[in-house]
Design a protein around this ligand. Structure first.
Ligand code: ZN
Length: 668
């Protein structure tokens, strides 16, 4: 599963962080900006410290990653691979004024389509609306000899008719989610009822180790019968999968150990046969390989693109372990029992024996498919529940991506606008990056795993408020321990006051700045956002008598002021104690009251002010990345002696190069 919680946190965190490293580093993180999107660049630190074998392994895995791009484009919508070459041809050959409104609107649209891997927004899944005219497109289509009138009509319909392909993934209750979704995971003439009946007949509900039904297939109706069309060599997307396999086989030659070699072989097997049992075997081998430095995700993984949550979107991330940063998560995991024993919660609710979750910090070398250009910052795989239970899972934080988010936010004016004074800004500059990362580590490695239910308590007793309260419990565990001298003693922080950076950001975000994502008049719906306001507002209210936290007005603007950080920590401990009790006892009433009183309703005055102040900053709400370029260095006899990495490619150049060099499914 993609850790969307971390993604959300990073978006907020990024906006308020000024890491010290950015000041000395001339690396240009900001690449492009259009519509609601900002394109950034990330670095791959320590790539040069890998051995030549490891570099070659990474290189061929990145080649395999790039060859899958067209698969995702076609999965997203049937028109995408027909439209892209036409748009790119016009873009490259346009002979008119490239500063004209028509061309600039055309360019913006193409950049959006590139970013969405098709004609729909990557996040909202709504279809993009071109700001240039149908006539402009038709004129350019003809002038550049892009095809016949039938194609022109089909592309125009796809782009300009708002009803056609309106939404990629429709989740609206009560509608036929297959018929009304524009993705290409299902044939256009198959209905939701037919798909559900098909799988219901197929599934063996007594199977304790079920395959992930439909993960690698398109469902179609052929001669009136519902059938699955597998993505495999000789099946759908064969030309792309052949190139992926060719490069996986090359990568295999440089595997770090036998286990990794066998894992790659198993993946090749899966792509060759399309057999989902093989995919499970591969997933188990992959999950159990924790010794290799280089690692990768490659395949049909997450099913958010399917309204029924079955078919996986193609993606790949190639990465290697950041040993230094992983040391941090290892220390936390090793001390899991100490943290459990010393938490402020009632002893009856503590675990006698805690199992720390193994997690590592990684450096991404390439992002591809569904993880490109927009990418998660945390991933936890495999997705099959029975594999997770029996063989464990790998939880990773992609730290060179969080670094890029943070560095790119440098100078965007967010701190100057919302942080109360210069000393607090300096505190955030210095310590927010590390304390924010530690907060995520403590939340993921320990927070969720801490505590226990009393015997007989239903794990689902908190019902619709369960996830908000669960996130609050994990966040409070992390917040409470961030201020503990134990972190300095363990060498995780070098200053006993560092935690104040995260405390300030957390309270500011929970009480004010996260409201930028809420439309005027709306309540807070999303569980992580509810959790943050619950904690921040509860602490504000309960600290009132001691004036722990307050709002102050300056020049007509509201600022958050924290007067007593130590007492704020005590309040976090107090709320953690209560929420752990609520969970351990399954006290639905008390949990519900907490959520309804503190987490849902928005202060309309503050909300309006935040939206106004945020609007002036013009910070793009969505971000993504261009990849670095890897180039083999060869000696006189053609042997590869090194792989170099460069960071100079611009966004359109990268997209055009991928379309030219890695596009086996597009006929040119
Ligand atoms: Zn969580």
């Amino acid at each position: 599963m993609t850790i969307t919680k971390s993604l959300a946190a990073a978006m907020i965190g990024a906006a308020v962080t000024f890491p010290a490293m950015a000041a000395q580093n001339p690396f240009n993180y900001n690449v492009d900006k259009f519509a609601d999107i900002e394109v950034l660049r990330y670095q791959v630190p320590d790539f040069d410290k890998l051995s030549l074998n490891q570099k070659l392994l990474v290189y061929y895995l990145t080649e395999a990653a790039q060859y899958g791009r067209d698969i995702l484009w076609d999965q997203n919508c049937e028109i995408n691979l027909e439209l892209r070459p036409v748009l790119e041809k016009i873009y490259v050959n346009y002979s008119g004024d490239r500063n004209s409104a028509d061309f600039r609107n055309f360019e913006k649209y193409l950049k959006q389509v590139w970013f969405g891997n098709g004609i729909h927004h990557h996040y909202s899944t709504d279809k993009f609306t071109p700001a240039f005219s149908k006539e402009f497109f038709a004129g350019q289509f003809k002038a550049n000899k892009c095809g016949d009138d039938v194609l022109l009509e089909r592309l125009s319909e796809a782009m300009f008719n708002p009803q056609k392909y309106a939404k990629r993934v429709n989740q609206a209750d009560g509608e036929d989610l297959i018929k009304t979704s524009a993705n290409n995971l299902y044939d256009r003439n198959v209905t939701q009822a037919e798909v559900e009946a098909y799988y219901a007949a197929l599934k063996d509900t007594t199977d304790l180790t079920p395959i992930s039904y439909g993960l690698n297939t398109r469902v179609a109706k052929v001669d009136g019968k519902v059938v699955e069309q597998p993505y495999k060599i000789g099946g759908l997307y064969s030309a792309a999968i052949e190139k992926i396999v060719e490069n996986l086989n090359k990568a295999k030659e440089y595997a770090e150990n036998d286990a990794q070699r066998a894992t790659i072989e198993s993946l090749v097997d899966f792509y060759t046969t399309g057999d989902l049992k093989t995919f499970d075997e591969y997933s188990i081998m992959w999950a159990e390989d924790t010794a290799s430095k280089v690692d990768f995700i490659n395949g049909f993984i997450e099913s958010y693109g399917d309204p029924l949550g079955m078919t996986g979107s193609w993606e790949s991330i190639v990465n290697f372990k950041n040993d230094k940063a992983s040391h941090r998560t290892e220390i936390i995991s090793d001390n899991a029992q100490w943290f459990e024993d010393h938490s402020p919660v009632d002893n009856r609710f503590k675990k006698e024996k805690v199992k720390g979750v193994s997690a590592k910090v990684i450096t991404a070398a390439i992002l591809a498919g569904d993880s490109y250009p927009a990418t998660p910052i945390g991933i936890n795989l495999p997705n099959a529940n029975w594999i997770r239970a029996a063989h464990g899972s790998k939880s990773v934080t992609i730290e060179n991506i969080t670094e890029a988010y943070d560095a790119a936010a440098h100078g965007n004016g967010f701190n100057e606008e919302f942080v109360i004074d210069k000393p607090t800004c300096e505190l955030l500059d210095k310590y927010l990056f590390i304390t924010d990362n530690l907060h995520t580590d403590l939340h993921e490695c320990l927070g969720h795993g801490s505590g226990k239910l009393l015997p007989g308590v239903d794990p689902d007793a908190l019902k619709e408020h369960g996830s908000t309260l669960e996130e609050a419990r994990a966040d409070l565990f992390a917040l409470y321990y961030l201020a503990d001298p134990k972190l300095v003693e363990l060498g995780l922080l070098d200053n006993a006051d560092a935690y104040k950076a995260e405390y300030y950001k957390y309270m500011l975000n929970g009480l004010m700045t996260q409201l930028m994502r809420i439309e005027p008049g709306k309540d807070i719906e999303e569980a992580h956002m509810r959790n943050r306001q619950l904690i921040a507002k509860w602490a504000l209210e309960h600290g009132k008598k001691d004036n722990v936290v307050e709002f102050v007005k300056r020049d007509g603007k509201t600022y958050l002021k924290i007067n007593d950080y130590k007492k704020l920590r005590d309040l976090f401990g107090e709320l953690l104690t209560e929420i752990q009790r609520v969970r351990s006892e399954g006290d639905y009433e008390a949990g519900r009251n907490l959520v309804l009183e503190y987490a849902v309703k928005v202060d309309p005055e503050i909300h309006r002010e935040v939206l106004e102040r945020y609007e002036k900053l013009s910070i793009a709400p969505y971000k993504g990345f261009v990849n670095p370029v890897y180039t083999p260095v060869k000696d006189a006899s053609g042997n590869i002696t090194d792989i170099t990495v460069s960071y100079t490619e611009e966004y359109p150049e990268q997209m055009l190069r991928y379309s030219r060099d890695y596009s086996p499914l597009t006929t040119k």
